[in-house]
Ligand binder design. Sequence first.
Ligand SMILES: Nc1ncnc2[nH]cnc12
Ligand SMILES: [Zn+2]
Length: 330
Amino acid sequence: MPLPKAELHLHIEGTLEPELAFELAGRNGVPLPYAGTDALREAYRFTDLQSFLNLYYELMAVLRTEQDFADLADAYLARAAAQGVRHAEIFFDPQAHLARGVGMDTVVEGLWRALGRSEEKHGVSTRLIMCFLRDETAESAMRTLRAAQPYLGRITGVGLDSAETGHPPAKFREVYEAATALGLRRVAHAGEEGPPEYITEALDVLGVERVDHGLRCTEDPELVERLVRDRVPLTLCPLSNVRLRTVDALADHPLPAMLDAGLMCTVNSDDPAYFGGYAGDNFDAVRDTLGLSEERLRDLARNSFHAAFLDDDEERRARCLAEVEAYTFG
Ligand SMILES: Nc1ncnc2[nH]cnc12
Ligand SMILES: [Zn+2]
């Protein structure tokens, strides 16, 4: 039995496995410029974030109907559950779908078909976090927030993703203010490829409650001190960092040093279909390659539930934390 954990950094579009991509392409009559799943997997050789995003957005073309989004989410939840995920906070990128003529209703209601049954079917509780594409305009983000207003019963928070460099968080100040006024929780990708200043800005200007990645905080000792003091959760994604060449090799990943520094780290999969593994695979990789002790792994699991947006279900948080304490490593 795997260690129970919450996954807090997961793009649902990044769970599109080649097999499902071809199945949906066939179902929807969408041509794919790859001979088959092996040829598609061959394309998963990324040099940086942008090289990945190009393929990530291209493959989304196969997602057209509510059932497509439901199938995508259900496949992820089954895999996540098998790797010990008990709670998942799932990002989606509405602008990437709206731009292709797929409506907010199709995306949210489709995802909800799977998420609404997840606790019963997979034993995984869920939250939905709507991300704004930071390489689009602030006006587009604001229009997207307005388009999502009828669905706020299904959406817990907002996030910020896509190409980071040259797109500082402050660009989205007004959108985050509006999201806050609507009662939404706030996270943002920062310090994945971008500088530590983007992390500070996400905290100060956007008021984020967690930082997605936050890897480059290690370059700024004062920022590290602040993140430790304020117990700001960081949603790290070790296998993603290797595939996108944010770190040279997993053995060089700063996770052990970040834990030593007292940072509230969590381990997540980001885009598991593209980066070689789901949440449990990321845990296994950091255990095997970075030599994290069982107590360190348990800390990561504890952190994940403490950092989860479970304030409206403290009973579930407590139950999951009790499972972490009771877990015996095999
Ligand atoms: N790792 C990542 N960074 C930024 N945007 C993303 N969108 C999907 N995965 C992402
Ligand atoms: Zn991400």
